[in-house]
Design a protein around this ligand. Structure first.
Ligand code: HEM
Length: 125
């Protein structure tokens, strides 16, 4: 297996895990089980997201995107920032339920768009 294939596999595995872990935490909060914050579920998503990003940045160089970044990749990075910000609002118990619900929907829409861009690689701009 080439370095590119290993990094892409790692990145994709972490990508599917990030959405699964995000949805799981939303679900646990929605059913009144906020106790996940006292379990490894508190830090596992952060470890996974670190792997996701390190693999993503490595892929940029290994696949040769770093020097000439396509539009779909730039859009992915912008959406990633939006996903992180919305995700913080969705997860924080300090915010009201309506704010957290809207933030959760916005985060899910953005991460879906990231998956779409990653898979379809449309020509943008
Ligand atoms: C939540 C964030 C992200 C998710 C869910 C995600 C998801 C994915 C998925 C599913 C693929 C495989 C697409 C395929 O089937 O070919 C992929 C590929 C890739 N992603 Fe991400 N990604 C994310 C963030 C990023 C970021 C921030 C970068 C850049 C800094 C990035 C760079 C790449 C690159 C370079 C590829 C390989 C494209 C190729 O050569 O086919 N990703 N991503």
């Amino acid at each position: 297996m080439t370095t590119y294939m290993i990094l892409k596999l790692l990145h994709m595995t972490a990508a599917y895990l990030t959405i699964t872990l995000f949805a799981l935490r939303l679900l646990l909060d929605a059913v009144g089980r906020p106790g996940w914050r006292q379990t490894p579920l508190r830090w596992i998503p952060h470890a996974n997201d670190t792997i996701l990003l390190v693999a993503a940045i490595s892929l940029l160089f290994v696949a040769g995107y770093a020097s000439d970044m396509p539009g779909w990749l730039m859009a992915k990075i912008v959406l990633l920032i939006g996903y992180i910000v919305a995700g913080v609002f969705a997860m924080k118990p300090a915010f009201s339920t309506p704010v957290r619900t809207v933030a959760a929907i916005v985060a899910l829409v953005q991460v879906s768009a990231i998956f779409h861009l990653a898979m379809a690689k449309p020509v943008l701009g």
